[in-house]
Design a protein around this ligand. Sequence first.
Ligand SMILES: Cc1cc2nc3c(=O)[nH]c(=O)nc-3n(C[C@H](O)[C@H](O)[C@H](O)COP(=O)(O)O)c2cc1C
Length: 315
Amino acid sequence: MMDWTDRHCRFFHRLLSRRARLYTEMVTTGALLHGDVPRHLDFDSSEHPVALQLGGSEPADLAHCAKLGVEWGYDEINLNCGCPSERVQRGAFGACLMAEPALVADCVKAMVDAVSVPVTVKHRIGIDKVESYEFVRDFVGTVAAAGCGVFIVHARNAWLKGLSPKENREVPPLRHALVERLKREFPQLVICTNGGITSDEEVREQLELLDGVMIGREAYHHPWWLAHWDALYYGAGPSSLSRQEVEEAMVAYMEREHRERGTPWHSIARHMMGLYNGLPGARRWRQVWSDHRLKGEPPREVMRLAHEGQTLAAV
Ligand SMILES: Cc1cc2nc3c(=O)[nH]c(=O)nc-3n(C[C@H](O)[C@H](O)[C@H](O)COP(=O)(O)O)c2cc1C
């Protein structure tokens, strides 16, 4: 998620779940071809399994960037066919690519030929007012024939005119039933659903029919949910870290990042504001960590202040 799931956020999420697959923000081919590649692609080795999401529509550029991603160590290359922003539309990629399945197939084929890790696609169920199942079925069929075996479906349309990206994550209705229908029609493909999933009950319901779920906003806002996933969905032991141990590990990470790269702690801390959500004292803890006047203090001192006089520390 743009501006959210940067490498600091992913480092944090990996402390909470050792198994969930993490995705980068969308990185455009333009940013990799003309920009600062290490800034966009560097990640911590603890983040595996981690997928690089690319935005673009030029097969040769995407193949080049996919290769770069694999050289950097990413475990999967994902193509964004779901972003509705105007900037992305001007670049003729993202969700508007759903109108051009043959071009997406060319892009996928070029990437599949260039790399040995899975090439996957994230897309919507339709664009604008196209409501028919056949539209998304034909898209998936065409792209699968080019070598994509994994589809992550944001189960709502993208309305390319008149809605902001935020509204495009809220206004077009969710239709998970269409994703289930895709799975029935393409049982050999890995089909994951996404959109509006906020509880274990909903996850379980989807996993009965589908191969996976992708969680966006709820995971970001209530990250402690991730601490249960290894045990619930991967047959692994429960998270071995308490909330406070996670916070301490983040402080150690902030210190390392500052030492090695000069990263200010607040650009890391902003991702963990939901860590204690739901517990008494969480609000004050969050206020301290986001207090601009403390930006000059070392993060260990900020952590001390955030816990001062309250029992959060024992939770
Ligand atoms: C701030 C923000 C940025 C996002 N950026 C991306 C992105 O870069 N690539 C992408 O495929 N989806 C992006 N999304 C969409 C999410 O991946 C997801 O499809 C959407 O939020 C619906 O899932 P959710 O209800 O679980 O959040 C973004 C969502 C948010 C809130």
